[in-house]
Design a protein around this ligand. Structure first.
Ligand SMILES: Nc1ncnc2c1ncn2[C@@H]1O[C@H](COP(=O)(O)OP(=O)(O)OP(=O)(O)O)[C@@H](O)[C@H]1O
Length: 327
């Protein structure tokens, strides 16, 4: 289990007075973050560019001191973990490798300094699909190959906890599918898998849980379904069979503060078509139960009543809109 408690990181100095000699304005990269990441699940770590994801991952890995608060893995700070890469594996920056070395030499050096058996080098190269390029210098690798190598390094110590910072950047569609499958398998083996991304679409089919941050602050730490339910773009589709009754229902809904839009075209229900005299209403700001109750009270016959949740992507865009810095 990864536990982050009131974690705060301020970069730069506090500006003192109007002096031109004062240092750059302080930057609160991480602001009292509290969340935990459970084993046996893939947890997506999401936020717009500059939200503080990399800073948080670095603090969990003991790279840099928090200004305040704590980050622990299995109850201990990273530096107190006795087994290094065998306790926690991480991919932070795929470019952060010695370009003159071969992949094999790079991993062999990591294995040596972390007390990991040499045979793991071949195993992880095989696992990430780089066995055929093991003898090539890393400097000639594509970004996607470097990501695969970074993932291999994270897996080297067969650790129970894995952190990946934007691991699918630069991977081709086949590579993205492969990485998703790998993360799911690692979680199914009971490991703690924490994966950052600035794109919700990348996490939608991979993550069980989400930790969402914006401008260093926690926006949500919950399951994907719970997060999607927070989006307000939930809507209810109502198909009525009588235009006059339909107007009555729309008026009643609007009087309660809901927003009603008349829609032309097909209904949400599979195979259903909107016949003559039928009307399709798209209602937001209320729920299907309330619409059904009102229709019943007003004696409005309904042909369809369908609730539609916000997509994860919609909820993400909406809930992080205020924290997007770089438009
Ligand atoms: N070493 C540093 N010194 C000063 N400011 C920094 C440093 N590292 C990061 N920052 C700032 O802290 C904020 C958070 O950056 P961070 O890289 O953690 O965000 P991120 O969520 O990983 O973003 P991205 O999705 O763009 O990678 C940014 O405003 C960044 O400019």
């Amino acid at each position: 289990m990864i536990e982050v408690h009131e974690l705060t990181k301020r970069y730069g100095r506090r500006r003192r007075g109007p002096s031109r000699l004062a240092g750059p304005a302080a930057r609160l990269a991480v602001d009292r973050l509290t969340f935990s990441v459970r084993p046996g699940r893939v947890t997506g770590f999401l936020g717009p560019n500059g939200a503080g994801k990399s800073t948080t991952l670095r603090l969990i890995l003991g790279l840099g001191e928090p200004t305040s608060g704590t980050a622990t893995v299995g109850g201990r700070r990273f530096r107190e973990l006795p087994r290094g890469l065998r306790d926690v594996g991480a991919l932070l920056d795929a470019h952060d490798v010695h370009g003159g070395r071969t992949a094999e030499a790079h991993l062999a050096a990591l294995a040596r300094t972390n007390g990991i058996p040499r045979r793991r080098v071949g195993e992880v190269l095989e696992e990430v699909g780089l066995a055929g390029a093991a003898e090539r210098r890393i400097g000639g690798y594509s970004l996607g190959m470097k990501q695969r190598l970074g993932i291999a390094a994270a897996l080297l110590g067969d650790p129970p906890v894995l952190l990946f910072d934007e691991p699918v950047n630069g991977l081709d569609p086949e590579g993205v599918l492969w990485a998703r499958g790998l993360f799911r398998r690692l979680a199914a083996e009971g490991r703690t898998v924490f994966v950052s991304s600035h794109l919700m679409g990348e996490m939608e089919h991979t993550a069980d849980d989400l930790v969402v941050i914006g401008r260093g602050r926690l926006i949500a730490a919950e399951s994907g379904a719970a997060f999607a339910a927070r989006g307000t773009r939930r809507s209810v589709t109502v198909r009525t069979v009588d235009p006059a009754a339909s107007r009555g229902l729309a008026d009643a809904l609007e009087a309660e503060g809901a927003t009603v839009r008349r829609e032309a075209g097909a209904s949400e229900a599979e195979g259903a078509t909107v016949r003559a005299r039928e009307e399709l209403l798209r209602v937001t700001g209320t729920d299907a139960e309330r619409v059904g109750l009102l229709a019943h009270r007003l004696g409005v016959p309904l042909a369809e009543l369908t609730a539609r949740a916000s997509s994860l992507e919609e909820a993400f865009m909406e809930l992080t809109a205020d924290s997007v810095e770089y438009r």
